[in-house]
Structures are given as structure tokens and as C-alpha cells.
Write a protein that binds this ligand. Structure first.
Ligand code: WT7
Length: 650
């Protein structure tokens, strides 16, 4: 095999093959089968997906048409009806899984709870009954702003059971971000908790919700509050209700209605290239099929597995690979509430040994931070239960891959580096652990039904080895259906770069073996610690500060976070530049968006480099942020002295 490595990474030419032992037990252990299934999935997609959907999901009414594709709008499994919660829970109650652990939970303070499928069913039914009693039903929107506790999954599944569309808001987001999302989808209810535990401290979730609603969220009628951290929180009469009070006395049974396959399951907001987050809409049948099927093939899930995905339910990874996918497969899901380094940087390894975790899925930024903490923290634990590792969220550098492979996987666990997005709903490009030889830094080959293309500016296929833009050429069941309330933006953001193709926003290349190497975002979206942040969102937060006249935000390569946020700020005439102001601006952005968007660096600029038509030249700012000298073409620049000034400030 030949290796193509991408330039920003050091080279690692070795190829790692699954052991005979792993292969023998794998859900897919034959390359011939992969080839046959893949070719069927792209050449006869309706036949392939129709068969898979029948086999993997429980339908109340059979679908009559597999796919209706009126580009860019797809409808999968029309005529079919099903219930997502029933597919994740009820179906297992008829099997030996009824009393198996669905969720093993460990809170940050160390509290442990195991919830069987039967108990999960009771809790979801009870909460669904409580939501019904509050007047919620099919098509209503509910916002969920919770810590990583089982009740977050219960709330999601109760919504799904009722056809209520949920939007989970990551607990690290600010009250401004809550307000924006709640208003965009016009949520009638917010489900939250008094707080959550993070590094021994309480994250004041209820207080953030209160602030969001005080500043204007007219559609919210009710706030349901789970007692988790136990501190005093004000409850507004008529609006706020305790979780334990609304479920008290509600029956632990509930007859789920079936919904159309295309009924919306959830909206998840993600950053785009404007200041306003995009409400990615996923529907029921196709999404469930995509997540369940990838869990089966990529995570190789078996009934004996204890599967630990470290993502928060506030992100797509938490939706697809903590809740819907693994539960649809009847797996045991390990769920952890808090920080990976609390009380010490070995918390994940402790959890793996304590609960005998077999499959572990995390992000490169986490791996790099464990590398930095030193191997001793790992060596305290055996990790002998592990059999498969996964990575997601950003390109993994070969150094981190090798450390993961040797220190965590003890050289015996295959690593699946999975490329996908909020919009794709499920994993798109990945090794299959029983068959694909892996190359550190590459996410391997396409999953079933996925046709990735690396194309140049003219839309022509780039020969293997060359870089270009990453597109997907065929519809797939778990694809986003639209952006909530903004179909125009949906068309513009994903389908206008090259007519007929889904544009992923990433740069990538295929190597000579057909392995995909994703370089990272090429649009105005940054990837900071595996989280997507739109530069425009940070810019609009900055200019909302009274001292700021203009701002431009770019990414700078960062060893730990992948990318760091660098802000170039022009202050208003009357304002003096100072170190204090820099701190204030950083705090201001964290308050406006959330701590994850706190800028790493603020630099004052008397002017920003612009073209004659007034467009900010981000390429130049990126070069400056990286500490370099501006090398590229500057002939379109309106005023070079702006760049000279910024450069001499170095
Ligand atoms: C963006 C999507 C998908 C869940 C987590 C992030 C980057 C994701 C990989 C990977 C290289 C990756 C891409 C993508 N990305 N996984 N394995 N290798 N890059 O979801 O917030 O929607 O972000 O994350 O840039 O476009 P998201």
C-alpha cells in the first residue's frame, strides 16, 4: 500500500490490520461482503436501504416507497410509520434484553446508577405522560438544556415517543444562545435541571434558562426542572415545575403512537458561516436507520458490549451515538456526567476499568490532552476490557493516533476514525473494524450508500493524491432534510457550491488506495476542540460590545485544540486599547455564546485588511494569526499599510 500523508501532519507510513481474533468475531469480517454490499448500496440504493430498513427497524405500518429524491429534498420510507422511542426501548422488552442495562451512569461526584431497558421504558413512559398532561403533543417543540444525566436521554425519548420535536442545547451554552434557539424553533417548554457537576463546581443551568426567558422568549409556557445538584433555585409560579412533581402519579405505561417516517425527530443547532446558527432538521425513519446501522457495523456492537461515547447529548455525536443508535441496537451505554480530568486526568480510564467498557469513542482533542498529562495516569489502570476504539470531531494527527493505539488500545484494538457531521446524522466515512487496514490520520473508506467526491473549483474530480473540496454525490437516509424555518439557507449552504452535490464544507484528498484524508473546514467555520464555531458568530458577539467598531475572527493551528480563536478588533475612536479591554472582550464573547467560544487571543488593529470592494481578507489574517509573514498575493488589498502595521506589532 502507498501512503499519502497530508502536509500539516508528520508522516506515519505504517498500516494497521485487525487481528484474526477481532476479525473472526466482527459483525462484518469479510472484505468481499463489504464490496458486495457497498456496490449494491450505491448502484441499487432503494433495494439495499429498503431491505435494511425492514430488517433493522420496527415499523407499525410498512413503507411503500424507499426514496423520493427531488434534489435537494429527500423523503425516505414514505407510507411507513414508526415510533423512535419504541425502536429504542419497547422492542427490546420482548427479548432477553428487557432486564439488561440500557444505561450505566456515573455522575461526576461518583454516584452510579444502572437503568435497565425495562426501567428506562417506565421512566420514558412516565415523563411522556407528564408532557401530555402539560398539553404537549405531536409537532410541538421542546428545548432540552440538561447535564449529562440519564434524564437527558429520558427527556429526548419521551419527546420522540409523543412526536414532540426536541432541540437539545449544550449545557455549556450561554443564556443568549438558549434564547436564540428557543425563539428560532418557538419552543413551548424548556426541560432543564437546577445544575450539573463540572470539575467539582455547579453549572447553573436553571439560572441560565431564567436569564434567557427574562430577556424575551414569549413562546415558552413551562420550564421543567430536574433536581440534580440540589442548590436553591427560584421557581416561577405558574411557569416552573419540578421534574419529580410532574412525573409523580403518572402511569409507567404509555401507548406510543406511530408517526410518519418523515416526521421531524429533532432540530439541532450548529454553526454556519453567518452569525445565526443553523437549525439542522432530522426526521425519524432514515435517521434511526443510519445511526443503528453504523452502530452495528462501525462499533461492531454486540449484546455483551459496554459502549462508552464521551460526547455530550448537546452535540450530534451525543444524539446519534449515546442515545438513538446504541439504544436502537439494544446496547449498554455508559454515560458520564462530568469533566474528563476530574478529580484527575485518569477519570475515563477509571470508568473503563470500573464498568468494564469494551468500546470507547472520543475526540482527538481529548486524546491530545491525555497525552500531555503523561502516561502514568493511564498506567494506573488495566484497560483490559477494551476491544475497539473510535475517534471523531476533527482530523486526528498520527502522533495522537499512535498514542491511542499503543497506550489505550494496547496495540490490539482497531481504531475507527469516523468522519461525519451534524448534517449527515450518522457516520459517513470510516474504517470497518473487522476488515479495513487503518492508516493513522485517514478516516478510511465510505460507509454503505455514501459516495464522497473530491472536486476542484470547476467541479472536476481531483486525481487521487490531490486536494480539493469534499462533496457527497448521493442522498442517504440520515441526511438533514432542511434547516428549520429556512429552506433557502439549506439550499444555499449545502447545495449551491456545485449543483447536484452536497457540499460538506471540508477540504480533503483521496490517496492512491482510495482512503480519504480530511484536512478540515474550508469555510468560515472553525473547529475548536472538536466543536464547531462560526467565525461570524464570534464577530457578531464582539461587535455587540460597546467598545468595538469592527472585528474579524480567524483560526490559528493549536496543538491541543486543533484550532485556536484569534480575534482582530478595531476599537471605537474614543476607546483606549488596553490589556484589560482584551480580557473584557474575551469574557464578553464567553458570556454571549458560551465558554467554548472564549477567544484565545485578542489583537487590536487600527484597520483590517480589506479588498477594494470592502471584503475582509481572512487569508491574510490567518497568516498573521499563525505568527507568519504575509506571503500570498496582496495585490487586491486596498491598503497594504494595514498589514504592515499588524505585522510590525508582532
Ligand atoms: C466537522 C463536523 C460528527 C460529529 C462531531 C462533529 C470535522 C468530524 C472528523 C474526522 C476529520 C472531522 C469536519 C466536519 N470532523 N469528524 N474523523 N476527521 N474531520 O460534528 O460539529 O457537525 O462538525 O467536524 O470538519 O465537517 P460537527
Amino acid at each position: 500500500m502507498t501512503d499519502q500523508t497530508i502536509t500539516s501532519f508528520s508522516r506515519e507510513h505504517r498500516v494497521f490490520r485487525p487481528s484474526a481474533e477481532f476479525k473472526a468475531q466482527a459483525n462484518l469480517g469479510s472484505e468481499t461482503t463489504y464490496k458486495r454490499l457497498y456496490s449494491e448500496s450505491v448502484n441499487s440504493p432503494e433495494k439495499f436501504w429498503g431491505r435494511e430498513a425492514k430488517a433493522r427497524l420496527v415499523w407499525r405500518r410498512a413503507f411503500t416507497k424507499v426514496l423520493q429524491w427531488k434534489l435537494p429534498h429527500a423523503k425516505w420510507f414514505q407510507g411507513g410509520q414508526l415510533n423512535a422511542a419504541e425502536n429504542c426501548i419497547d422492542r427490546h422488552l420482548l427479548t432477553a434484553r428487557a432486564n439488561k442495562a440500557a444505561i450505566i451512569f456515573e455522575g461526576e461526584p461518583g454516584d452510579i446508577r444502572t437503568i435497565t431497558y425495562r426501567q428506562l421504558h417506565q421512566q420514558v413512559c412516565q415523563f411522556a405522560n407528564a408532557l401530555t398532561a402539560l398539553g404537549l403533543g405531536k409537532g410541538d417543540r421542546a428545548a432540552i438544556y440538561m447535564p449529562m444525566v440519564p434524564e437527558a436521554a429520558v427527556a429526548m425519548l419521551a419527546c420522540a415517543r409523543l412526536g414532540v420535536i426536541h432541540t437539545v442545547i449544550f449545557g455549556g451554552f450561554s443564556s443568549e444562545a438558549i434564547k436564540e434557539r428557543v425563539n428560532d424553533c418557538q419552543a413551548r417548554v424548556v426541560i432543564t435541571a437546577d445544575g450539573g457537576w463540572r470539575r467539582g463546581k455547579i453549572v447553573e443551568l436553571k439560572a441560565n434558562v431564567d436569564r434567557a426567558l427574562q430577556s424575551g422568549a414569549p413562546t415558552v409556557e413551562r420550564v421543567i426542572v430536574l433536581k440534580r445538584t440540589g442548590q436553591e433555585v427560584p421557581m416561577e409560579a405558574g411557569r416552573d415545575r419540578w421534574w419529580h412533581e410532574v412525573v409523580a402519579g403518572q402511569p409507567i405505561e404509555h401507548r406510543a403512537k406511530a408517526f410518519d417516517s418523515e416526521h421531524p425527530l429533532f432540530i439541532l443547532y450548529t454553526s454556519g458561516s453567518t452569525g445565526k446558527p443553523k437549525g439542522v432538521l432530522h426526521t425519524t425513519g432514515g435517521y434511526l436507520l443510519g445511526t443503528a446501522m453504523t452502530c452495528h457495523y462501525v462499533f461492531d456492537l454486540k449484546d455483551e458490549d459496554v459502549y462508552f461515547c464521551t460526547a455530550d447529548v448537546g452535540w450530534i455525536t451525543g444524539h446519534s451515538y449515546v442515545v438513538y443508535g446504541p439504544l436502537a441496537c439494544g446496547a449498554t451505554v455508559m454515560m458520564y456526567e462530568g469533566a474528563p480530568n476530574h478529580p484527575e486526568p485518569d477519570r475515563f480510564w477509571q470508568i473503563i476499568d470500573r464498568h468494564a467498557v469494551t468500546v470507547f469513542y472520543t475526540a482527538p482533542t481529548a486524546i491530545r490532552s491525555f497525552m500531555r498529562s503523561g502516561d502514568d495516569y493511564v498506567k494506573r489502570h488495566s484497560l483490559k476490557s477494551l476491544r475497539l476504539l473510535g475517534s471523531v470531531g476533527e482530523p486526528i494527527n498520527p502522533e495522537a493516533w499512535m498514542w491511542y493505539h499503543t497506550m489505550i488500545g494496547k496495540k490490539k484494538c482497531p481504531i475507527v476514525d469516523t468522519w461525519w457531521q451534524t448534517e449527515t446524522g450518522a457516520i459517513m466515512v470510516t474504517p470497518l473494524p473487522g476488515i479495513t487496514p487503518t492508516k493513522p490520520g485517514s478516516c478510511g473508506r465510505p460507509f454503505f450508500g455514501v459516495v464522497p467526491k473530491v472536486l476542484d473549483e470547476e467541479g472536476k474530480e481531483v486525481p487521487r493524491g490531490g486536494g480539493g473540496k469534499l462533496f457527497l454525490a448521493q442522498p442517504w437516509p440520515s441526511m438533514l432534510r432542511t434547516l428549520w424555518g429556512d429552506d433557502e439557507r439549506f439550499k444555499q449552504a449545502y447545495w449551491s457550491e456545485l449543483p447536484g452535490y452536497y457540499f460538506a464544507g471540508d477540504g480533503a484528498r483521496f490517496d492512491a488506495d482510495g482512503y480519504l484524508w480530511v484536512v478540515g473546514r474550508i469555510d468560515d467555520v472553525l473547529n475548536v476542540s472538536g466543536h464547531r464555531i462560526g467565525t461570524a458568530e464570534v464577530e457578531s458577539a464582539l461587535v455587540s460590545h460597546p467598545s468595538v467598531a469592527e472585528a474579524a475572527v480567524v483560526g490559528r493551528p493549536d496543538e491541543l485544540k486543533g484550532q485556536a480563536l484569534v480575534c482582530f478588533v478595531t476599537v471605537k475612536n474614543s476607546v483606549t486599547e488596553s490589556a484589560e479591554l482584551k480580557d473584557q472582550l474575551r469574557a464578553h464573547v464567553a458570556r454571549e455564546i458560551g465558554a467554548l467560544a472564549r477567544p484565545d487571543e485578542v489583537r487590536f488593529a487600527a484597520g483590517l485588511p480589506k479588498t477594494r470592494s470592502g471584503k475582509i481578507m481572512r487569508r491574510i489574517l490567518k497568516e498573521l494569526a499563525a505568527g507568519g509573514i504575509v506571503k500570498g498575493d496582496t495585490t487586491t488589498l486596498e491598503d497594504f499599510s494595514v498589514v504592515a502595521a499588524l505585522q510590525s506589532e508582532e
